[in-house]
Design a protein around this ligand. Structure first.
Ligand SMILES: Nc1nc2c(c(=O)[nH]1)N[C@H]1C(S)=C(S)[C@@H](COP(=O)(O)O)O[C@H]1N2
Ligand SMILES: [Mo]
Length: 492
């Protein structure tokens, strides 16, 4: 169990095997039992649950030992079932990830190996056969194996606990933060920006549903009290900024849509949030970049880097050192305490989470994390559009069928969205008001369809009249292109 918890600490901070089973138990017990537990144990209810789980696990472990001793693999079967129950518990969790599902199974495999090893030693002792190491040596060997197992478990358990403690401390520090009121608030959402079509993508993505992409095996736990940002490299003055100093700056709040370069046509690695932060250009103006510098290499606590063109960070757009997301401090997964958000660029060249350094440099001298790995040095977001309803392959009834979705042309704005059916003529869709040129726009179009199969495609044109690229290309090296196509099955 300790090994499983330790692995979870690194690979799956929000759900470990134990917290998944505990959470599933909490969800499954009837409200009456929950009320009873709270009334008996008060705020120690979670500790009581964990103690109860420890008791059940100890009893099951003893049972597995006895069964395995009597007949090989019976105990292993008990452990296997236990691991499967853990995996099912993880599947019921909202924070479920493939790694989190695998961990109870890994835990069970470790437990079976240990069980078979220890029972083997016990059998040797119990057999009363001549002992190669002299009398009492098989007993000693069993006890040594047992003590070794206990010691390794204790170390793994303590490490897992320490890691969890660090994350908990950062979560608590985050909960105590009150974000300042922005000096420049987000412009109000224009009437008609939200077309409110059932099943369509919400205009602003809730934090919980926001896509997450990063290379971090464990979510960095960065305490805001120890956080500092350094501006280094080709600057007149190096700058160091604390979290408190950052919050004291006049902050700007804006709706900005960010997208991942790996987002395939029609994909969901894109989200729109209201970000609160300090404009990066103001920080850079204090540092004074040298002439000749053309890139800012931003670095996160875990060493990940992004190379952003200096001009994008110093022009009039709202590139932010962001501290807030939809009115809350950044969630840990989305870069707490501070990240970069740059309108118009894919995340891999701009949106550094857990950012701690901005190095002013040149493209000739430095490269961000993904550039030597085959991705383009520059990553402007390509104009694109998506059909969200009806879902591809889902049958709909004949008559007026409402198509709806989103379209984005970062930092330019969307001028027009059109649909075509079975490669027929393009028909213009209703385009909602945009929140800004830096966010996606909603669109919808009702089309009369008789029963049959249809292929429906969408195309966006930006406000300068430039249509999105038709040629189908994969995300690598600088973003996918092509029209999103859905197949609709219209029933009578
Ligand atoms: N520290 C760090 N920041 C990072 C990344 C990363 O791997 N490490 N990935 C980037 C990429 S590729 C994207 S698309 C965005 C995603 O941000 P999100 O997870 O908040 O949606 O974060 C960017 N910031
Ligand atoms: Mo990305």
């Amino acid at each position: 169990m300790a090994v499983g918890e330790l692995l979870a600490g690194f690979a799956s901070p929000s759900v470990s095997p134990l917290t998944a089973v505990g959470g599933a138990v909490i969800d499954a017990v009837p409200p009456g039992v929950k009320d009873w537990a709270v009334s008996v144990f008060g705020t120690a209810d979670k500790a009581a649950l964990l103690a109860g789980m420890a008791l059940v696990i100890a009893v099951l472990a003893a049972l597995a030992g006895v069964l395995e001793f009597r007949r090989g693999y019976r105990g292993a079967a008990v452990v296997g079932i236990f691991g499967a129950v853990g995996a099912v518990a993880v599947l019921t969790r909202a924070q479920m990830t493939p790694i989190a599902v695998a961990l109870p199974l890994v835990t069970a495999v470790v437990a079976v190996v240990l069980l078979r090893f220890l029972i083997g030693k016990l059998r040797e002792w119990n057999a009363g056969a001549p002992e190669p190491g002299g009398p009492g040596s098989s007993r000693r060997s069993f006890l040594q194996a047992l003590a070794g197992t206990a010691a390794v478990s204790a170390v793994a358990g303590v490490l897992a606990g320490a890691w969890r403690g660090a994350t908990t401390a950062v979560s608590e520090a985050r909960a105590r933060i009150t974000l300042p009121v922005p000096a420049s608030p987000a412009p109000p959402v224009p009437a008609g920006a939200d077309l409110d079509v059932a099943g369509a993508t919400p205009l602003v993505t809730p934090n919980r549903e926001f896509y997450r992409i990063d290379t971090a095996l464990s979510v960095p736990a960065v305490n805001p009290d120890n956080w500092a940002l350094r501006v280094t490299g080709m600057v007149d003055r190096e700058i160091q900024l604390s979290y408190g100093q950052l919050l004291a700056k006049p902050l700007t709040e804006r709706h900005i849509t960010i997208a991942c370069v790996s987002n395939g046509v029609g994909g969901d690695l894109i989200g729109n949030a209201r970000w609160l932060g300090w404009p990066v250009r103001e920080l850079l103006a204090l540092a004074g970049p040298h002439p000749g510098a053309d890139m800012v290499l931003s670095r996160s606590t875990d060493g990940w880097t992004a190379g952003t063109p200096l001009e994008v960070l110093t022009d009039t757009r709202d590139a932010l050192l962001a501290v807030g997301m939809n009115g809350e401090p950044l969630p840990l997964e989305h870069g707490f305490p501070v990240r970069m958000i740059v309108p118009g660029l894919y995340g891999y060249v701009s949106a550094t989470k857990w950012v701690t350094e901005l190095k002013v440099t040149t493209f000739a001298q430095d490269a961000g994390y993904w550039t030597p790995r085959g991705w383009s040095e520059r990553g402007p977001v390509k104009t694109s559009s998506r059909i969200d309803v009806p879902r591809s392959g889902r049958p709909v009834s004949a008559g007026s069928v409402v198509f709806a979705g989103v379209a984005w042309a970062q930092h330019t704005g969307i001028g027009r969205v059109e649909l075509r059916i079975n490669r027929g003529p393009w028909r213009e869709a209703e385009l909602a008001a945009g929140l800004s040129a830096d966010t996606w726009y909603q669109w919808k179009l009702a089309v009369d369809l008789t029963p049959g199969q249809y292929e429906v495609q969408v195309r966006a044109t930006d406000l300068t009249g430039k249509p999105q690229e038709e040629t189908e290309r994969p995300p690598e090296p600088d973003g996918a292109t092509g029209f999103h196509t859905v197949r609709v099955d219209v029933k009578s």
